[in-house]
Design a protein around this ligand. Structure first.
Ligand code: SF4
Length: 243
C-alpha cells in the first residue's frame, strides 16, 4: 500500500517536472536566450532527496543541454560516488538556465529573472536537502550577501529543509588543495541525509532562520504564468534524464 503510494507520488512528481520543463524551455525573459544553444533545465531524479544547485551552464552544458558535463561534471560524479550516489539518485540544476556569454558571471537581473524556475523545481521535487555549489546559488537560496567562504561548513534550515553550502567542484579543479574540503562536505551531505529521519541527532544545524523567498515553497505567480503557457505536442525528454 505504502509502496503504491510512493510510486504514485514519484510518478506525479516526474510528470509535474516534465510538464514544467516543456512550459519553460522556450523562455526569452532575459537576453541570455539570444546567445544560448540550449536551455539547460537540470536533470536527475524527480523524487531526489538532495538537489545540487550550481551557477549557470558553461560551454559543454550549453552544447549538450545538460548540467555539469565536462571536467567539473566528471568530478561531481566522482564526489557523488564517494558518498554512494549516482546521478540517477539526485537532481542537479543551476541558478541560470542559459549560458552567460564567455562564461561570464551571472548578473543580478538575470538571476532575479530566472530564479523562479529554480524555486519551482525545488518546490516540485521537495528534497530534504538543497546543496548549493558556490557563491551564486548559496547567496540566492540563503538570501544573503555573505561570501561562500564564511558559509561553507555551516548547515542552515529553511522550514523543514536543510541548506548545505559548499564550494563549486570547479574550484577544486583549479585549486587541488580544496579537494579534501569538498570530499568532507559531500560526506556531510550524506551524513545529514542518513540522520534526517532522526532530526535530534543532527546537532550542528545553524539555526539561523531564513525566510523562504517568493516562489520558494509556495506556488508562485511566476510558476503559474509558466504553467499557463502552451505545452508542445511532441517532446524529447532525454535532456531531463528523469527517473
Ligand atoms: S537565463 Fe533564465 S530567464 Fe534568462 S532566458 Fe534563460 S531561462 Fe529565461
Amino acid at each position: 500500500m505504502d509502496s503504491d503510494f510512493n510510486n504514485d507520488k514519484r510518478n506525479q512528481k516526474r510528470e509535474e517536472l516534465k510538464t514544467f520543463f516543456y512550459k519553460t524551455k522556450d523562455c526569452r525573459e532575459c537576453d541570455l536566450h539570444k546567445t544560448r544553444i540550449n536551455f539547460v533545465f537540470g536533470s536527475g531524479n524527480s523524487s531526489a532527496p538532495v538537489i545540487f544547485v550550481g551557477e549557470a551552464p558553461g560551454k559543454n552544458e550549453d552544447l549538450q543541454g545538460k548540467p555539469f558535463v565536462g571536467q567539473a561534471g566528471r568530478l561531481l560524479d566522482e564526489l557523488l560516488a564517494t558518498i554512494g550516489f549516482k546521478r540517477d539518485d539526485i537532481f542537479i540544476a543551476n541558478v541560470l538556465k542559459c549560458r552567460p556569454p564567455e562564461n561570464r558571471d551571472p548578473n543580478i537581473n538575470e538571476i532575479n529573472t530566472c530564479k523562479k524556475y529554480l524555486f519551482s523545481q525545488i518546490e516540485i521535487i521537495d528534497p530534504l536537502i538543497v546543496c548549493t555549489l558556490g557563491r551564486y546559488s548559496t547567496q540566492l537560496i540563503l538570501d544573503t550577501s555573505t561570501g561562500i567562504n564564511k558559509l561553507r561548513g555551516r548547515v542552515f534550515r529553511i522550514s523543514d529543509r536543510l541548506i548545505v553550502p559548499i564550494n563549486h567542484p570547479a574550484a577544486a579543479l583549479y585549486t587541488p588543495s580544496r579537494m579534501q574540503i569538498l570530499k568532507d562536505d559531500f560526506k556531510k551531505v550524506r551524513d545529514l541525509l542518513d540522520n534526517y529521519q532522526n532530526p535530534e541527532s543532527i546537532t550542528q544545524v545553524d539555526e539561523i532562520q531564513v525566510q523562504p523567498q517568493q516562489g520558494n515553497g509556495n506556488k508562485s505567480m511566476d510558476s503559474k504564468e509558466a504553467n499557463d503557457r502552451e505545452t508542445p505536442e511532441s517532446s524529447d525528454d532525454k535532456q531531463l534524464g528523469l527517473f
